[in-house]
Ligand binder design. Sequence first.
Ligand SMILES: *Cc1c(COP(=O)(O)O)cnc(C)c1O
Length: 373
Amino acid sequence: MTTTMNLTLKTPSEAGLTWAVTRNENARTDADREAILADPGFGNHFTDHMVDICWSEKGGWHRPRVSPYGPIPLDPAAAVLHYAQEIFEGLKAYRHADGSIWSFRPYENAARMQRSARRMALPELPVSYFIDSLKQLIAVDGSWVPSAAETSLYLRPYMFAKEAFLGVRPAKKVAYYVIASPAAAYFPGGVEPVNIWLSTTYARAGKGGTGAAKTGGNYASSLLPQAEAYEKGCQQVAFLDPAGNLEELGGMNIVLVRRDGTLLTPESDSILEGITRDSILQLAADRGHVVERRPIALSEWRDGAASGEIVGAFACGTAAVVVPIGRLLAEDFEILHHGDEASELALSLREELTGIQYGRVEDRHGWMARLDA
Ligand SMILES: *Cc1c(COP(=O)(O)O)cnc(C)c1O
């Protein structure tokens, strides 16, 4: 008879946590992993381990673990299943030419997760624990970071209310997890402009709502309008605020390009502040572009496109990085952009940003953080 014992090792970390690390005895073989990494798609495959940290009102953050990837035991009354008290983050691990593994501005993700937590009445995970959790996962699953051009290991930290209680109040028991999923190049055949459907029937978020928090509910409410977008032949949906100002897409921010090279992007307390957008705008500012962050009426885009004042637009987010918008389709009008100038700018900013992320371009802002050391 053979028995497999899952050995658990206690591993102290720089952040002052003592991790209980249990290796997955059924981890994929090198050959199986390589087969997955050769064609990973997005969000289909997960690595051999996961990380979690518990939180309770009494005990604070405790019991940090690295365990074999697998189902989470959850009470049917867990508050997240009923009241959606949940937040998440998304960032990538990039393999550089020398084999080292890096992430891009993870401290920004950590800080944003704290802001999301405050809005959703969840506990704030200390920034050092957030960074530590990524490093712990990479320590056991680093071989899952692919090396082909523009591929990455997508890291998904998330937190949810696990207390079994149907009363409506912030949960007193919460779980934080990190899982990881290898991701293929987003545009294997070269970056293609997207068509966007402008939803006027549905809103993504309201004033004082949860639009600025990275929370599942915002995504749940975007699924129906997203389905409408597909029906109209569009890949993404754009939302407006009640005053008719431009907000963002379901999961990406929007930037407009003016003829004089000025970049315009909505400022609003009901959109999610993307780290990709912030970085792209910084790179553009470094090149001398003027950047305006302010409320932008849809009419400014529409009239500007008609007069030639607005020459293009692009969307940005971690998954796709930057993608030019070819067409905005609405119920009773459309905006077409085939401005080469704006696409070229979007693509060259994309090239510079991915160059920094993959270690080909100097990281002059100190954005990269090493995960495997
Ligand atoms: C995550 C997200 C973005 C993009 O943020 P990045 O930090 O650039 O990945 C934009 N909009 C929404 C709604 C998001 O959830």
